[in-house]
Design a protein around this ligand. Sequence first.
Ligand SMILES: C[S@@+](CC[C@H](N)C(=O)[O-])C[C@H]1O[C@@H](n2cnc3c(N)ncnc32)[C@H](O)[C@@H]1O
Length: 260
Amino acid sequence: MMDAAFNYIPSLINAYKVGHAGDHVHLGYWAQGTSYDWHTAQEAMTNLHLDALDLQDGQTVIDVGCGIGGSLRLVNGRVCDSMLIGVNIDPRQLTICETHQATQGNRFDWVHCDAENVPLDHASTDRILSLEAMFHFPSRHAFLTEAARLLRPKGLLVCSDIVFEQPRTKAHQRFLDVVQTGYAPWPAPILCTDEMELMAQNAGLILRDLQDLTVKVRPTWDHIVSRRDDPEKSPVAAMRDLHYAGLLQYPMYVFGKLSS
Ligand SMILES: C[S@@+](CC[C@H](N)C(=O)[O-])C[C@H]1O[C@@H](n2cnc3c(N)ncnc32)[C@H](O)[C@@H]1O
């Protein structure tokens, strides 16, 4: 399993430990007309995903690429008597996850494994979340196949992605290279939602809903990067400039099992 990648994680872990950041490792969501602060916008993004998951008491829920546990912490506040399982390939983040306390009869389990090979039984899971993580996975198709294997009939997968269109200029190609290097691993950055839907169908999942959050995440850049930062050097500035150039998309998918 990995160790050399995820260079952006240690600074986020440090920021969390000293109280400069919360427990969400993802962009913010600003509904039309809102002027949330950064933390509220990150919680709004998580809550948007959790609303789409249609959670009920007594379920098994897996968060694939669970970061430092912020999403499952919010799931814990929404349900009772549920098994909440966070999966991460990076043990440094799981150490922080272990500090979250389950309540209301819920249980947490934090599992060190790859998104494409989760050590749980077939049809053992009611809901799978993967918030802004699958662009890191070696293969989206392998992840979707694993999700289909894990889900019970009528199970749901809610997942969001950051994808890019083919760069139109040499500068944009360089920015994309900076993103891929700075946020490695990022094996397949160029993808459209139709390709994703087909991939999911081949994996045994059917698209139930697709939301384009591209515009709603845009204010994120004003909160996490300085206007002066150079996109040739800073991966977050490179991502911002690709977004402003119309080359970045942020889709959120809801998939069900094909047979359900
Ligand atoms: C941008 S962070 C999102 C974290 C979390 N979902 C959140 O919203 O706070 C991406 C996460 O995916 C995890 N990850 C990346 N590749 C993975 C893989 N192959 N298997 C499991 N987790 C992975 C990273 O360690 C990181 O926690």
